[in-house]
Ligand binder design. Structure first.
Ligand code: SAH
Ligand code: SF4
Length: 404
């Protein structure tokens, strides 16, 4: 079953019809996403996981067990600022209440089924969730500074089947819930002992989030939105919206909402400059073609000259890497507050493409830079542990078999 219909959309409708269509599409995507829901937040023993609840939901639960709403602030601090998972370590809460909470609730974490560290220090986690499903999270340290980015997955698998992506070869198993999305970040922090959360601008290793792991984050926008609101909450993890980037393959109806509600940075996986090629390599293009994706970028509320939209462009030898392609790319994005991130293709077993030559990458980058756009070529990280972009796929069984 696919989350999207692949019928091409009409390009002739006027703005009002387009808005109505967007609303309709948005409703359809959200309804379908519900079919791929994460497991219930209540454990088999009846205890409820508190991670992933909004403040209001947490308050409701506390009131249900006869506690005052002000406890929410206390618990929030312990869970999201201190990173504590054990109620008995919550020292500002009296012992009897600690016991009462422990009887009814847990502060959950996904289980690290595997952790691999690359020769370049990139660390890949395979997290197992309560129903046994697994997804990968990658920590990518910055080479120059004592900080880095956590690359978070949004789905187990992906429905979209981009031809160059390893995740796309795995069919969608399910969406990840807010608890599982926040949980990936919290568990990665556990691994680096990075609690409590910093106040203000105190640097931390795990200082940035990129929603660029397995899956299409805008196909489960509500879960992502809930998780990001928890992560941005100033009394908890308190990560600024400027330090969070969501990468989408171009789910147009939800791009606006993401900008309005969350105000996080946007990255768009463009990868081709003609609809003909993009239809083939990013099949979602048949639904939301290049011109609609770019129009959504032009409207994106959280973009300006100090916060540019990143266009991701994978360099596939002889497929999309000509100088004419580079010039067309410049034409398409002209006038946008944009930068282009050129991604060398990361091969995976069975992939059909080859990376562009270094020379071709440089020529391509130069054309974009000459037009005034920053155009870094992304250094592949963690290739030795299949942690680089597009290499993620839950292959625990295979790796475990290879190790035993
Ligand atoms: N689904 C979202 C986010 C996850 S993919 C999206 O497509 O944007 C994160 C980035 O890795 C995307 O730009 C994606 O196109 C790119 N990518 C996928 N496979 C890749 C590969 N084999 N080599 C390099 N980049 C790849
Ligand atoms: Fe899904 Fe993104 Fe991979 Fe495409 S590139 S298959 S949208 S994860």
């Amino acid at each position: 079953m696919s989350l999207v219909d692949s019928a091409p959309s009409s390009h002739t409708h006027d703005a009002a019809a387009s808005a109505a269509l967007n609303a309709e599409d948005r409703a359809r995507i959200l309804a379908k996403a519900a079919l791929f829901s994460p497991p219930d937040a209540t454990l088999p023993d009846g205890r409820r996981d508190l991670v992933g609840l909004s403040r209001d939901e947490l308050t409701e639960l506390l009131v249900e067990i006869g506690e005052k709403p002000f406890r929410t602030k206390q618990l929030w601090h312990w869970i999201y600022h201190q990173g504590v998972t054990d109620f008995s370590a919550m020292s500002s809460i009296a012992k009897p209440l600690q016991a009462k909470l422990a009887e009814r609730f847990v502060v959950g974490r996904p289980q690290a089924a595997m952790v691999q560290t690359s020769t370049d220090e990139t660390r890949k986690f395979l997290f197992r969730f309560r129903d046994g499903q697994e997804a990968e999270t990658v920590y990518i340290p910055d080479r120059r500074e004592d900080r880095g980015a956590v690359c978070i997955s949004s789905q187990v698998g992906c429905t979209l089947s981009c031809t160059f992506c390893h995740t796309g070869t795995q069919k969608l198993v399910r969406n990840l819930g807010a608890a599982e999305i926040v949980g990936q970040f919290m568990a990665a922090r556990d691994s680096y002992s990075e609690w409590p959360s910093p106040k203000g601008d105190t640097p931390r290793l795990l200082s940035t989030i990129v929603l660029m792991g397995m899956g299409e984050p805008l196909y489960k926008y509500e879960n992502i939105a809930k998780a990001m609101k928890i992560i941005m909450d100033g009394e908890g993890i308190a990560l600024s919206r400027r330090r969070i980037t969501l990468s989408t393959s171009g789910v147009v109806p939800l791009m606006d909402r993401c900008g309005e509600e969350l105000g996080i940075n946007l990255a768009v996986s463009l990868h081709a400059v003609t609809n003909e090629l993009r239809n083939e390599i990013v099949p979602l293009n048949r639904k939301y073609p290049i011109e609609e994706v770019l129009a959504a970028c032009r409207r994106y509320p959280a973009a300006n000259n100090s916060r540019r939209i990143t266009f991701e462009y994978i360099m596939l030898r002889g497929v999309n890497d000509s100088e004419a392609d580079a010039r067309e790319l410049v034409r398409l994005i002209s006038g946008l507050p944009a930068k282009v991130n050129l991604i060398p293709f990361n091969p995976w077993p069975g992939s059909a493409y080859r990376p562009s030559t270094r020379e071709q990458q440089n020529k391509f980058a130069q054309i974009i830079m000459d037009a005034g756009f920053s155009s870094p070529i992304r250094t592949p990280r963690g290739r030795d542990i299949l942690a680089a972009c597009g290499q993620l796929k839950t292959e625990s069984e295979r790796i475990r078999a290879a190790q035993s």
